[in-house]
Design a binder for this molecule. Structure first.
Ligand code: UD1
Length: 420
């Protein structure tokens, strides 16, 4: 397993290009199951999760090539309708094949994802939603078996706003007979991008970008091409890197609209932000102010930026409180940041961060993708060398992060690590 060696103390400066959004790609790829033919997905990020989704779709018979960030998917040869445990355990987003498979082929067998590094992440809303659309669901030996001659439109009200369940039910409803409404639908940009892709495939959807989606089912969808939206979390991570290191960095090929909540907080911390139509420039202050954040659903502060924000607050002057209302246990990075000298205490789903201490390099290990990002960020300002183990987590969701950081003047190397 690779590791990163980060030498702290370099101010970041320059320009970095933001890649396509992981969470958008992971929804767009399975959406192609809804029609037969060839799709082109441009600006797809080169990530381990994209490779995992490709392997899963290939195991169903799909033909996939990936060149210059363009994925070509030929769905005309799909014959298997199963997502085995070996794929799903690697990546929970594999559950996204469930809705499209039942809607188009009338059946699906998808492994239950199981636990997650930061506690329970149920899929009950995906299952209940499909049942409302008339699918027969049986749980057997760790698998969801779903079948339906043809799904039927229904009124679905999610108790919790869920990105994955909204995406799954939205895809399924496009081919159902009749009209489906989804109340309390997620409005994350990745859901909007999925809905727009489905429109391009011939789906009929109203209310895109709002939390009430209305889908009039059609008999058939056709192929379409799409350009993947920029990754707002990758962008936010680079902005935090610039802010922490006293840097001055410009992001290219980004959508500032998708980052409003993060940008406001960075300004509150004292950063100067300049926006262009597809760029964001950040100039760090001499001293960062402490800023409380509460991670919540979009357009709130993203839970996927919570770990990075805690790293940032470790070097602000004063105390801040970082709360996560989506994943109450998503704080596995805290003990690792403490190993670098951070003063963080936990109170329920809030981290109380006492900033301003000089972090000291150490060996740390991450348990998930965004936790890894926060440890790299901390390493950028820690004295000496920080060794971040298990970087396969980072490779799931950041394209060549070390190359991009080096481009900005950071000292970070990938090295072969020991097996664990
Ligand atoms: C997606 C993102 C992930 C992000 C998360 C929250 C992808 C591939 N992943 O994950 O990066 O951190 O949104 O923004 O897009 N819930 C239920 N029952 C369900 C489904 C969800 O109770 O059936 C709950 C979850 O436990 C959580 C909340 O709903 O508390 C939101 O989760 P959800 O939006 O579904 O997250 P994912 O789609 O898994």
């Amino acid at each position: 397993m690779d590791k990163f060696l980060v030498q702290g103390g370099h101010h970041l400066s320059g320009t970095v290009t933001v890649s396509g959004a992981k969470n958008a790609s992971l929804a767009l790829m399975p959406a192609a199951l809804l029609a037969s033919g060839t799709f082109h997905l441009r600006n797809t990020p080169k990530l381990r999760d994209v490779t995992t989704m490709s392997s899963l779709l290939k195991s169903m018979g799909m033909k996939i090539t990936f060149k210059d960030h363009e994925l070509t998917l030929d769905t005309s040869t799909v014959q298997k309708h199963e997502a085995p445990y070996q794929h799903v355990k690697k990546m929970r987003a594999s559950i996204y094949v469930l809705g499209p498979l039942v809607a188009r082929f009338g059946r699906a067998k998808v492994s239950l994802p199981g636990g997650c590094a930061w506690g329970p992440r149920p899929v009950n809303l995906h299952i209940q939603g499909l049942q409302k659309l008339g699918a027969e669901i049986e749980m057997k030996r760790g698998y969801i078996h779903a079948s339906a001659k043809r799904l039927k439109g229904a009124r679905i009200q999610f108790d919790v706003s869920s990105v994955g369940a909204t995406g799954n039910i939205l895809m399924a409803a496009t081919l159902a007979k009749g009209t489906t409404t989804i109340e309390n639908a997620a409005i994350e940009p990745e859901i909007t991008s999925l809905a727009e892709f489905l429109l391009a495939m011939g789906a009929k959807i109203d209310g895109i970008g709002t939390n009430r989606l209305e889908i009039e089912g059609v008999d058939e969808l056709h192929t379409a091409d799409v350009t993947t939206i920029p990754d707002r979390i990758e962008a936010g991570t680079f902005l935090v890197a610039a802010a922490m290191t006293g840097g001055s960095v410009t992001l290219d090929q980004v959508n500032p609209e998708h980052l409003k909540a993060v940008l406001v907080k960075l300004e509150d911390a004292g950063c100067r932000i300049t926006l262009g139509p597809t760029s964001i420039a950040l100039q760090a202050p001499n001293e960062l102010r402490p800023v409380d954040v509460t991670a919540s659903i979009y357009p709130g502060f993203p839970t996927d930026m919570q770990a990075q924000w805690i790293a940032l607050m470790c070097v602000a002057k004063g105390t801040s409180v970082v709360t996560d209302t989506i994943y109450l246990d998503r704080f596995k990075h805290v003990p690792e940041l403490q190993r670098l000298g951070a003063e963080v205490t936990m109170k329920e789903n809030s981290a109380i961060v006492k900033g301003s201490r000089q972090l000291m390099g150490a060996t740390v290990m991450s348990t998930d993708l965004r936790a890894s990002a926060s440890l790299i960020l901390a390493g950028l300002v820690a004295e000496g060398t920080t060794e971040v183990l298990r970087v396969y987590h980072i490779d799931r969701g950041y394209e060549a992060i070390e190359v991009k950081l080096r481009q900005l003047g950071a000292s970070i190397e990938r090295a072969a690590g020991e097996e664990y």
